[in-house]
Design a protein around this ligand. Structure first.
Ligand SMILES: Nc1ncnc2c1ncn2[C@@H]1O[C@H](COP(=O)(O)OP(=O)(O)OP(=O)(O)O)[C@@H](O)[C@H]1O
Length: 262
């Protein structure tokens, strides 16, 4: 008989994200390589590195939209492709066509397609979930508006709402805090914590090192290849930052980080 503790650790092992020798290329050009990380469920991982270091590329590979040149990505024992539809990916703002003729509610409802299948219209429960997510992110009653009519920070929140209704097992955010003001950052932080509390792993790419200190349990430093990965307190160090940023980063202090999210 499997004891409760053993069952719990098996469940955690099944939801552990494993990156093994991951490399991704665009044609002949290797964009990122040598990525090895074992990421427990409920982790919040900051991906950091200079421009062009491979952060977006790695997120897209984990999202399944870029093939691996080498290595393997698993979710527990399952290959990541079996998670299809349960990986919520929020792209960088510049990658979205904001003139596309859809409303905020349409965008959020896209998060329900896995549940619906492609040939069923969203029902009342789907619309209610989408409206509740918008409401929770301070955009209640604005679902009917065209996406171009929102500010940059509001647009980021619409995509976060899409991730929420997807009921994901893994959340990937590419520079989620760009253009988001202090108040709305707090909304983002709260939602990231909510994902983590429910055992959902969150990875986000950022240039904001303060965000990394404030919100992550782990960091993964990149500079075309992985420089370091591990729990934030041990890994977010001046030495690793200098190794990733090639000595261009001044590290004035080491502020304590959250060891574990509440
Ligand atoms: N579609 C593409 N085709 C060819 N090369 C690409 C493509 N996208 C990115 N690259 C290259 O891959 C490398 C990694 O780019 P990537 O966008 O992943 O870096 P990043 O760390 O996210 O950068 P940034 O901080 O500027 O967003 C860069 O050299 C970039 O020029």
């Amino acid at each position: 008989m499997v004891g409760e503790g053993q069952a719990g650790s098996t469940a955690a092992a099944n939801r552990t994200l494993v990156l093994e020798g991951v490399a991704v290329a665009y044609g002949q050009n290797l964009a990122v390589c040598d990525v090895d990380a074992v990421i427990p469920p409920g982790s919040v991982v900051g991906l950091i590195g200079p421009n062009g270091s491979g952060k977006s590329t790695l997120l897209k590979a984990i999202a399944g939209s870029l093939p691996l040149r080498d290595g393997e990505i698993r979710f527990g024992e399952r290959p990541l492709r079996e998670l299809a539809g349960r990986v919520a990916y929020v792209p960088q703002r510049e990658e979205v066509n904001w003139e596309f003729p859809v409303t905020a509610l349409d965008v959020v409802l896209m998060g329900r397609y896995r549940k619906l299948g492609w040939f069923r219209w969203p029902g009342r429960a789907d619309r209610a979930a989408a409206e509740a997510a918008l409401e929770a992110l301070g955009l209640g009653g604005l679902g009917h508006r065209h996406i171009s009519q929102f500010s940059g920070g509001q647009q980021q929140r619409i995509f976060l709402a899409r991730a929420m209704v997807q009921e994901p097992e893994l959340v990937l955010l590419d520079e989620p805090f760009t253009g988001v003001d202090v108040q709305n950052r707090a909304v983002f932080h709260e939602q990231i914590r909510a994902f983590a509390r429910s055992g959902v792993t969150v990875l986000f790419a950022t240039h904001d090192l303060d965000e990394v200190r404030a919100t992550t349990t782990h960091v993964l430093l990149l500079n075309r290849r992985m420089v370091a990965f591990g729990p934030t307190p041990e890994t977010f160090t001046p030495q690793h930052l200098r190794a990733a940023f090639g000595g261009q980063v001044a590290v004035f202090e080491q502020v304590p980080v959250f060891e574990r999210l509440p």
